[in-house]
Design a protein around this ligand. Structure first.
Ligand code: GDP
Length: 447
């Protein structure tokens, strides 16, 4: 979506900083230009782009990187923090009983999103209900009822009534058993006064815990004005971006998020009720910047890791938290990955291996990578415990010995050591960020 291009171009400009310890103004300018180019081409509002790039530039030049941090990591951390700030640094929708009001123009995807969100809450063990108040669009009632049916959630609507506020009031009573009530409202083709007046009345009637603005990913510069108006009338707590399965880049939705000071709540990517995911800011941005989506990865890794650990009681993933990411840990990760199935799907989510690397590989490159993994395993089998615990002791002579013992070559041994220090650095970076993602992931895997 919106940020795919940004991710790719950012990663390549960050790579030019590899090995540098100090940043000069030219480096920063180059990166900031890259960010501006990608955001503008994704339709993000110009003044927002300028604000964002200004603060990245200022921080990159003024903030003193903590000792031992490379220039690349310093910039990466700043870009990460600024981007997370932009998309909203907290999850807009807690998993708890609540009433949610949906606002947006006609065709933005409100009715579809209402059913999708209800389905999503039902998979989390909450009992949702959809209340359809749209009396304006013919067919809205039938569509909402059908979708609620497909999502297997409670539904309230009244095809014969013509007062949306009345329907809302009765709907709230009729769905008193539900934990999460999602109130769908009518849209218009444009923001008209009567639309605003109607939604304000519904808002007063249902007194929602949260109001979400539903936006089609294809919306461009119009997003700002729309967001401002809804924000003024009912207050917007989060944005649902729909139709991300299309070609649209979604930049306008980011503008809306910024305009309302809210965050992205859900992403919709298809016409069926299951085509929805809850937006996870830190994971999304990490993945974008090629740092790997630790949260998503942790879910998939969890089981594989547990299986691996059951075979080896001495290995404690918590050790990685202490900053000791040894080759043994890396070997365990590789073992676990082998259990997870298609490598290319998993690779993208691994810190240090992820992101751009996969985009640049031809399709058949996966076999080579799989082959390289097998070589890495043989190399590690030829290493002593001391070397596995502390790879820094491996100098030229040991490299030669290990290459011979494993039937590989010295270059591959060096690649393995490089790969390990790259992963080690990534893990340290996450520890430094204090996001807690790594801790949570390790706890999960350890548990
Ligand atoms: P509303 O007028 O805001 O209630 O919009 P609807 O929910 O009726 O959606 C308008 C059209 O967009 C319908 O044809 C939906 O099937 C379609 N739609 C909604 N969300 C998505 C999505 O995430 N992906 C795709 N491809 N179509 C969507």
């Amino acid at each position: 979506m919106v940020l795919d291009d940004l991710g790719t171009s950012l990663r390549s400009s960050l790579d030019t900083l590899q090995g540098k310890t100090r940043l000069d103004e030219d480096d920063v300018e180059e990166i900031v230009k890259e960010i501006q180019r990608s955001l503008l081409s994704a339709d993000v509002d110009v003044s927002l782009v300028m604000d964002l790039s200004d603060s990245i530039e200022t921080r990159a030049l003024e903030e003193e990187p903590p000792g031992g941090t490379t220039a690349r990591d310093h910039v990466l951390k700043i870009v990460y923090e600024e981007m997370v700030e932009l998309v909203g640094d907290s999850t807009a929708l807690p998993l708890e009983p609540q009433t949610i009001l949906l606002a947006g123009l006609q065709g933005s995807g409100k009715t579809t999103s209402a059913a999708k969100m209800a389905w999503w809450f039902s998979t989390k063990g909450l009992r949702p209900a959809v209340i359809q108040t749209d009396t304006f669009r013919p067919g809205a009632y039938d569509q909402a009822e059908q979708m609620a049916d497909r999502a297997e959630v409670d539904f309230y609507g009244d095809p014969d009534a013509d007062d949306p506020v009345e329907i809302a009031r009765e709907g709230m009573e009729a769905t008193a058993d539900a934990d999460v009530r999602i109130v769908d409202t009518a849209g218009r083709h444009a923001l008209e006064d009567d639309l605003i007046a109607e939604i304000e009345e519904i808002e007063r009637e249902v007194d929602p815990d949260r109001s979400l603005l539903v936006l089609d990913a294809a919306i461009g510069q119009g997003a700002k004005e729309q967001a401002r108006q809804f924000e003024e009338s009912i207050g917007i707590d989060g944005v649902v971006i729909t139709k991300l399965d299309g070609t649209a880049k979604g930049g306008g939705a980011l503008t809306a998020v910024n305009e309302t000071g809210s965050s992205i709540a859900f992403l919709g990517s298809g016409e069926t009720v299951q085509d929805i995911e809850r937006f996870e800011p830190s994971g999304f941005i990490s993945r974008l910047l090629g740092m790997g989506d630790l949260k998503q990865l942790s879910e998939r890794v969890e089981r594989a890791m547990q299986e691996t650990q059951e075979e080896d009681d001495d290995w404690d993933p918590e050790d990685m938290l202490e900053g000791n990411f040894t080759l043994k840990d890396m070997k365990k990760q590789m073992d676990a990955m082998n259990r997870m199935g298609p490598l290319d799907q998993v690779m993208d989510m691994i810190p240090g291996l992820g992101g751009g690397m996969m985009d640049q590989l031809p399709d058949d490159a996966m076999d080579v990578t799989q082959d390289r993994m097998r070589k890495f395993e043989r190399i590690m089998d030829s290493m002593t415990d001391e070397e596995l615990e502390n790879p820094r002791v491996v100098g030229q002579e040991r490299t030669r010995r290990i290459a011979r013992g494993s039937g590989t070559d010295e270059e591959t041994v060096r690649q393995l050591l490089e790969q390990h220090s790259m992963m080690e650095r990534t893990i340290e970076q996450f520890q430094g960020m204090g996001e807690g993602d790594m801790q949570r992931m390790m706890k999960k895997m350890g548990g």
